[in-house]
Design a protein around this ligand. Sequence first.
Ligand SMILES: *Cc1c(COP(=O)(O)O)cnc(C)c1O
Length: 375
Amino acid sequence: MDASVKDVLFLSLKDVNARHADALKAAAARVIDSGRYILGEELIAFEHEFAAYCGVQHAIGVGNGLDALSLILRGYKELGAMKEGDEVIVPGHTFIASFLAITGNGLVAVPVEPDPLSFNIDPAVVEAAIGPRTRAIMAVHLYGQLADMATLSDIARRHRLLLIEDAAQAHGAMSDGRKAGTFGDAAAFSFFPGKNLGALGDGGAVVTDDPVLAARVAALRNYGSDVKYRHLFQGVNSRLDEMQAAMLRVKLQYLDEDVASRRLVARRYRDGIRHPYIRTPTVAREEQHAWHLFVVRCSRRDALQRHLQAQGVQTLVHYPVPPHRQPAYAAMRDIRLPLTERLHDEVLSLPMGPTLSDDDVARVIDACQTFGHAA
Ligand SMILES: *Cc1c(COP(=O)(O)O)cnc(C)c1O
């Protein structure tokens, strides 16, 4: 390999934001000059713009994606829809934040196996996991692909359960003209810098059509206060600040364009990577996937990762150890989720993002194709 050729990075956030550097700097200057840094005009404007983008009535900006998930559950607890010890069904194959929001609220996470093709929560096993204390299903649109929301909505309706979307990876994914975040009772988004819509720091939002939940979450994120110094609930401090709201207003304008670029990269990977040991993702319909991550499956994952690194291609594993096998969840030690555990050993995320060049994509494909054949 020619040492002067730069590695294909997994994701260059510098490149992602450099495209909008002038607009971002102007927005930052606007916030600095405004003298208002928390709960101001930028947040109100972003909340309206993001709600309109998703196609929902309410968006509430919060500190991060974990808090968005957590405040949804906390809001429902305050509304009497669930109480400590109640169960929430969650996919075992997810980022740990999905679990932390549940257990952090004194609720019980009931992890279930994924669908073997989409890697998303499997509605058939959800139905089997419903018990007398089940109050909600948390669907995670993993890697950016919508979970089977039609079937999950039907199950939730029949069993009178809340349906909550962890849409932290799925900004811009669509089905039948509806966007991620509009299928459940409420949804959580993350604006962590590496997400499809990323701030230049932490950020998150709750979206919902339910005005009562929206008001509850808006109060909870601000010390449980609706009017200054009147505290209805024992809330938290988790607000999307003016600076991040201003950054996100700039970047929201390019979200659909960025998702389209991700889809092109995914299309080229899926056409170009044809290897007996590397399985590319299965996609029901193109629009349902916002391609936050492009995850292949390989039984010799670690060898593939080393091979790609040697070829100058950076990859990551999402995720190496499932939540129920983490030290933090030692109490779940006896839970067996064989498919989830196997996926964690076999998944590998290839470089993905809106700024990958055609040349980068070709190099990733070539590097995959030479796996197992190279010296
Ligand atoms: C990123 C992520 C979160 C948490 O978002 P933060 O903003 O990092 O707190 C939650 N769920 C999933 C599936 C995620 O990918």
